[in-house]
Write a protein that binds this ligand. Structure first.
Ligand SMILES: [Cu+2]
Length: 451
């Protein structure tokens, strides 16, 4: 794997972790190689929603994503799970980040002044906690850059008062999003129907709710699908991302506009509309993940270390460690998995953040259920494949953590794959681990052979 090698990861899909399908440990395509074909079958029961693909070359993922290498992938049929979306025009928005176009520009004059000592402590514009100032990266929406310092927004046209399903992907390498739609500076209700490709109400397919939200947080890698009602004729709205507190060690993600929403009777018809009288999705045959007992609990933690503890400007090593093991940067050449699990089972993983910045936990091949956030029980009816893990502020008795129920029931999870921080800078610098999911069959053969 080199800066010019590439490969693809199909983020969120439960497809096998093997070469030519969804493997990132042994698959690396070199410039000049013959065309490399990916071919896989999306499972019948893959939840309908927004997934995505991007290169996953260890050490170089961040650069390739900053360069724009990512795309959306839709498993059709969300209107079969969510009646409220039936017949709606659909829009896909991909938010990417990129290096600053104007890195030396002072902030716009309309911004509140940020004290100088809070600005740009390191190369990547560190979080200054004000909600303003220079961002670590510029953002773009569907490849239209909205650069610092003026954030001259892209334009989204809608018919006046039109309802649309917006499918939004945070394909950023390191930037957190906190999306809102404003009319006259007032946040509008967004009708959330799915997160990470999974329609809400997964615990009860008879319910068919739409969850009203005024802002939706998306760590790098996450997706949200929600119903937006456009502004009235002659009015203009604004799609913005509100500031995210990434922690004292994190990057600056200030308030900024992404796109102007313009109501116009002449707005083009949407290129794609959801079916207007869809057949409802069959009920899921598997038990709800929340009601399956885990076979074990594992503890993992995110941490960081300065290469030279006496030099705050020295390089940082990033770790994602199984508690009790020695923290180590991920080693591509190792054949020993960090975790071995059994297909057909369900496990609980408690993941702590011992560092002073946010991390986003992601695992390939499967979705999980968020059970606890910061030690408090949460009752979610969605499944996720990427979740934010709050930073350690150094003042609490316990490290911040999430508790996740990991689902290894699908036979497509069998094999070797990875889990990592989806801030790709962190992943590239070691914040990753590997897991081997053993097939049921192999285990029983082994037991038979040992008799
Ligand atoms: Cu991270």
């Amino acid at each position: 794997m080199t800066p010019v090698s590439t490969n693809l990861h199909f983020h969120g899909l439960t497809i096998p972790p093997v070469c030519h399908q969804d493997d990132v440990l042994r698959t690396s395509v070199q410039p000049g190689d013959a065309p490399f074909e990916y071919r896989f079958r999306v499972p019948e029961d893959e939840p309908p929603g927004l997934y995505w693909y991007h290169p996953h070359i260890h050490g170089f993922s961040k650069q390739q994503l900053l360069g724009g290498a990512s795309g959306a992938l839709i498993v059709e049929g969300i209107e079969r799970a969510k009646k409220a979306t039936a017949g709606l025009p659909e829009r896909v928005f991909i938010i990417r980040d990129q290096d600053l176009l104007n890195p030396n520009a002072p902030p716009a004059k309309s911004e509140p002044v940020v004290p100088k000592f809070l600005i740009d402590r390191d190369g990547d514009a560190a979080n200054n906690g004000t909600g303003f100032g220079k961002p670590a990266k510029d953002l773009s929406i569907n490849y239209v850059p909205v650069p610092y310092p003026d954030y001259n927004p892209a334009t989204i046209e809608m018919k006046p008062g039109e309802k649309q399903l917006w499918r939004v992907l945070n394909a950023s390498a390191i930037t957190y999003l906190n999306l809102s739609v404003l009319f006259n500076r007032t946040p509008q209700m967004l009708g959330l129907v799915a997160m990470d490709g999974v329609p809400i109400d997964q615990d009860d397919s008879l319910r068919d709710t739409v969850e009203p939200q005024t802002h939706i947080g998306l760590p790098p890698g996450a997706r949200a699908e929600f119903i937006v009602t456009g502004p009235a004729a002659g009015e203009t709205g604004l799609l913005v991302t509100r500031t995210v507190d990434t922690g004292p060690g994190g990057e600056n993600d200030p308030n900024r506009a992404l796109a102007k929403i313009v109501a116009s009777p002449h707005a083009a018809e949407s290129r794609s509309k959801l079916q207007s009288s869809p057949e409802p999705l069959p009920a899921r045959s598997e038990a709800w993940l929340g009601s399956v007992l885990p076979v074990r609990v594992r503890h993992l933690y995110f941490s960081e270390k300065l290469v030279d503890p006496n030099d705050p400007t020295s390089a940082v090593e990033f770790y994602l460690t199984v508690d009790g093991e020695e923290p180590k940067m991920f080693d591509m050449s190792s054949d020993v998995p960090n975790i071995v699990a059994q297909q057909g089972t369900v496990e609980d993983w408690i993941i702590e953040n011992r560092s002073q910045e946010l991390h986003a936990f992601h695992i390939h091949q499967l979705h999980f259920l968020l059970l606890e956030y910061m030690g408090k029980q949460v009752k979610e009816d969605i499944l996720r494949d990427t979740v934010n893990v709050p930073y350690n502020n150094g003042r609490s008795l316990a490290y911040p953590s999430v508790r996740l129920r990991m689902d290894f029931r699908d036979p497509n999870t069998v094999g070797r794959f990875v889990y990592h921080c989806h801030l790709l800078e962190h992943e590239d610098k070691g914040m990753m681990g590997s897991i081997e999911v053993k097939p049921v069959l192999a285990l029983s053969t082994k037991v038979a052979a040992s008799r």
